[in-house]
Ligand binder design. Structure first.
Ligand SMILES: NC(=O)c1ccc[n+]([C@@H]2O[C@H](COP(=O)([O-])OP(=O)(O)OC[C@H]3O[C@@H](n4cnc5c(N)ncnc54)[C@H](OP(=O)(O)O)[C@@H]3O)[C@@H](O)[C@H]2O)c1
Length: 414
């Protein structure tokens, strides 16, 4: 007998969409620290608009989007959507996820009920003029980070995606792996190989901030695979060991330095000299770890205000600093002289294309990329997991949440 609500892990009869579901939600009145902002609620299963697909979520990934959404800052995602006409006064986050296609809306192409899929973490209006004129959809006006700017992400028992977001899941891989690695790995891939001519080449020194994090652990492996020489920055010896195991040729403890953040005014000669000493000492450490006096041709950035001045200073002449985030703050000092006098490039990068995601999934399926899912969490730990990220107390690598799956499960048990 079909029910209106199923327990997590309990599989509804094929084709039956229940009225309600379990979800971890954010509400405006709870915005703040993640552990207080996230709450387990029962909410309606979303309607399926044309071109959309309802997915029975098996596993979800934890990343920074949930921290920003929980804070309501820099964007209040609920108010933003309400202004655009949405009626729900809550947000179901989760930008990484995998599951089983449960129902499809009108006009859906290329996906069928029962398909096992990994969710591509971005969505856009395929009919929009800029996309029809050939713009990269990631740069399109309608582009939204799924489960952040859009609602009904992977922290719901069912999630809502567009048909083109459904990427085939390699059968042999467990749900908790495929649901928890793609945002990190694909974003890292695009940063390192998406911005010609600044792609990693054999022998290229690469500086990787946050080497043991979700992005960094992928970046080390991807750079090494093509013969690059990644040097990773971390804050503990344990993380340094992990980076070397993943293929870093060297590691730097950022706690050995203190020149982070704003660059002092040059008029303040003492403070500016101290900053210059700090950044030069960091550069010498980079050479020592690399084993030669060469600067990084690519600097892999996402750490923001604390590190950007060092990144730009260290980057080789005609090299690139490529960034996809700003964990320590998004207002950073930029000494423009380095850009034009040394022909350096500062490149923004955001997620990846569906094709790049597929390449990363293929690397994973072929055993060439370690997803570094080091912690598997229960559904009710979603708030605490984001708190760990917020406090930089998370385990190295990526964290994955079991929604309807068990750890290690690869299919759907009915
Ligand atoms: N635009 C996109 O598509 C996209 C996609 C994924 C992620 N991101 C962004 O990228 C950032 C990192 O994501 P992630 O998933 O890799 O996070 P993560 O797993 O938490 O790793 C971040 C790492 O950054 C390092 N870190 C933290 N504060 C730092 C500071 N002040 N200075 C230097 N290093 C610092 C930490 O390493 P140590 O403490 O060991 O140094 C930490 O391991 C986030 O801001 C996220 O929003 C953007």
């Amino acid at each position: 007998m079909p029910k209106d609500l199923y327990d997590l892990g309990e599989v509804p009869p094929t084709g039956h969409v229940p009225a309600t579901m379990h979800a971890f939600t954010l509400r405006r009145e709870r915005y703040g620290q993640p552990r207080d902002a996230f709450a387990h609620e029962i909410v309606p299963v979303p309607e399926i608009p044309p071109g959309h697909v309802l997915v029975y979520t098996m596993a979800a990934g934890i990343n920074y989007n949930g921290v920003w959404a929980a804070a309501g800052h820099p964007a209040d995602v609920i108010s933003m959507r309400e202004k655009a006409g949405a009626t729900e006064d809550y947000h179901i986050g989760g930008s990484d996820g995998a599951g089983v296609v449960w129902a499809v809306g009108e006009g859906v192409h290329g996906v069928e009920v029962g398909d096992h899929i990994i969710v591509f973490p971005g969505q856009w209006d395929v009919d929009a003029e800029d996309i029809r004129m050939g713009r990269d959809p990631i740069a399109a006006r309608s582009m939204q980070a799924w489960g952040y700017e859009s609602n009904f992400g992977s922290f719901g028992q069912f999630c809502l995606v567009r048909d083109f977001q459904c990427l085939r899941k390699p059968e042999h891989l467990p749900w908790h792996v495929v649901g928890g690695f793609l945002v990190s790995a694909a974003t890292a891939y695009r940063q390192l190989f998406g911005w010609e001519p600044h792609v990693v080449r054999p022998g290229d020194p690469v500086l990787i901030w946050g080497g043991a994090g979700g992005l960094g652990s992928s970046a080390i492996q991807l750079a090494r695979q093509v013969g690059g020489k990644p040097v990773a920055v971390v804050s503990t010896e344990e993380k340094a060991r992990m980076c070397r195991e993943l293929g870093a040729v060297g590691t730097i403890l950022r706690t050995d330095f203190d020149h982070w953040g704003r660059v002092p005014d040059e008029e303040d000669t003492q403070a500016y000299a101290a900053w210059t000493r700090g950044v030069r000492a960091f550069g010498r450490r980079f050479w020592e770890e690399l084993g030669e006096r060469r600067s990084p041709r690519i600097v892999f950035e996402h750490t923001g205000a604390d590190t950007l001045p060092t990144s730009l200073y260290l980057c080789d002449n005609a090299g690139m600093v490529v960034l996809c985030g700003a964990t320590s703050g998004y207002r950073a000092d930029l000494d423009l002289r380095f850009l034009w006098m040394r022909l350096k490039r500062l490149q923004g990068s955001h997620v990846a294309s569906p094709a790049q995601c597929r390449m990363v999934i293929d690397l994973l399926a072929g055993g060439q990329l370690d997803p570094c899912v080091t912690r598997i969490l229960e559904f009710d730990e979603i708030g605490e997991a984001h708190q760990m990220i917020r406090d930089n107390a998370q385990p190295p690598g990526n964290m994955s949440v079991l929604v309807n799956a068990r750890a290690g499960q690869t299919g759907l048990d009915v």
